[in-house]
Design a protein around this ligand. Structure first.
Ligand SMILES: *Cc1c(COP(=O)(O)O)cnc(C)c1O
Length: 362
């Protein structure tokens, strides 16, 4: 059996560890940037009654036309641009890489991203036989422009992924730096705005200024993580090519209906986002009050922090003991050494986290 697997499964796949998602049990879940809120009861009832009439015996609309136009409207996609939907933005990263990957060994196609960043860029680059180049961020987690420029000239990347705000650092890169990168990049630049709802800054309005810019978003961090829906907007010439690689029914009927329904009630999602932003400020202030805690600026719904005289491992475990799950980034060496990442939850959840952390540090 092992020999068979060895014979046929690629070596680089066999050597990978599968993406690990811890089982939260009934812990307070502040590890995955989820929105802590459900919908108001009346909205839930309305959704349920309409859901009953969904024709689950039929294939979904292959191009999800109704949902796509709703999304373009809600997300302010500029006139003349097109949008493709994915089963989460993870699938869109995969679609981009599949379309750019070259089989010809002499012309490896390169995926580039600053690091630390979202790990799926690197993983999907590997799965699709692309070459990944990660370029370290500077000490303030900003783009190291001399290093980026040199790497772009050396590696001639087919695509550069820039998470804006960045995960797991939480900050926005300088807009001017991103513009410079778009202008000098030989290929595509994908600005990944998974956290746009919390950021107040976006490259969406800049789409028409650049031929090689794409903007990617997701509804996951806006309160709809369970639906799995991401979107990629840009010039139709690019989007039409990506559409050829997309599996025809990638957005199922339940997701198409539910996302459309939720976006009709965008005001509810926006209220929840505003609440999370207000609670982020409270959480930041509470962390600033703790002497041994260093936190980093965040334009997202999470905060990266570390504690001077205690290991992230010890803090992570002690929090877990008190029923709170956050994310430990301890395995990473370099700038993230000893860092932890906490998602902004409900006011009560944040309070429980602050109280437990306070006790652990006292
Ligand atoms: C969470 C996250 C995603 C993944 O989004 P899905 O739509 O849930 O697949 C993409 N990019 C970044 C930077 C993220 O943090």
């Amino acid at each position: 059996m092992t020999d068979l697997v060895k014979q046929w499964i690629r070596e680089d796949i066999r050597s990978l560890a599968a993406y690990h998602v811890p089982d939260p049990g009934d812990m307070i879940k502040l590890d995955a940037m989820e929105n802590p809120y459900l919908w108001p009861e009346s909205m839930k009832q309305q959704w349920l009654s309409q859901l009953a009439d969904i024709p689950v015996n039929r294939y979904p609309d292959p191009s999800a036309a109704t949902l796509t136009s709703r999304i373009e409207q809600v997300m302010n996609v500029p006139e003349g641009m097109s949008t493709i939907l994915g089963n989460g933005s993870d699938e869109l990263i995969q679609i981009i890489c599949m379309a750019l990957s070259k089989q010809d060994a002499k012309s490896d196609s390169v995926v580039m991203a600053p690091e630390p960043t979202f790990v799926m860029y690197q993983m999907i680059a590997r799965f699709t036989n692309m070459v990944y180049q990660g370029i370290p961020l500077d000490q303030d987690f900003q783009l190291d422009m001399p290093a980026m420029i040199k790497a772009i000239e050396t590696h001639w990347p087919a695509v550069i992924f820039l998470a804006y705000p960045n995960n797991p650092t939480g900050n926005l890169f300088s807009e001017q730096d991103i513009r410079s990168i778009i202008e000098m990049a030989p290929g595509l630049v994908v600005v990944d705005e998974a956290y746009h709802a919390f950021a107040g800054h976006s490259f969406m309005p800049m789409l028409s200024e650049y031929d090689n810019l794409l903007v990617m978003r997701t509804v996951s961090k806006m309160g709809l993580a369970g639906l799995r829906l991401g979107m990629l907007s840009g010039r139709p010439e690019w989007i039409n090519e990506f559409d050829k690689v997309r599996l025809p029914y990638n957005i199922n009927v339940l997701t198409q209906f539910s996302a459309e329904f939720a976006l009709q009630h965008d005001d509810i999602l926006q209220q929840q986002t505003a609440q999370i932003c207000a609670d982020r400020t409270i959480l930041k202030d509470a962390l600033s009050g703790m002497d041994s805690v260093t936190q980093y600026p965040s334009a997202a719904n999470f905060i990266l922090f570390k504690v001077d005289n205690m290991s992230s491992e010890a803090i992570f475990s002690a929090l877990k003991q008190s029923g709170i799950l956050i994310k430990r980034l301890a395995d990473t060496s370099g700038p993230l050494a000893n860092c932890l990442r906490v998602t902004v939850g409900s006011a009560e959840e944040n309070q429980a986290f602050i109280e437990s952390l306070g006790k652990i540090l006292s």
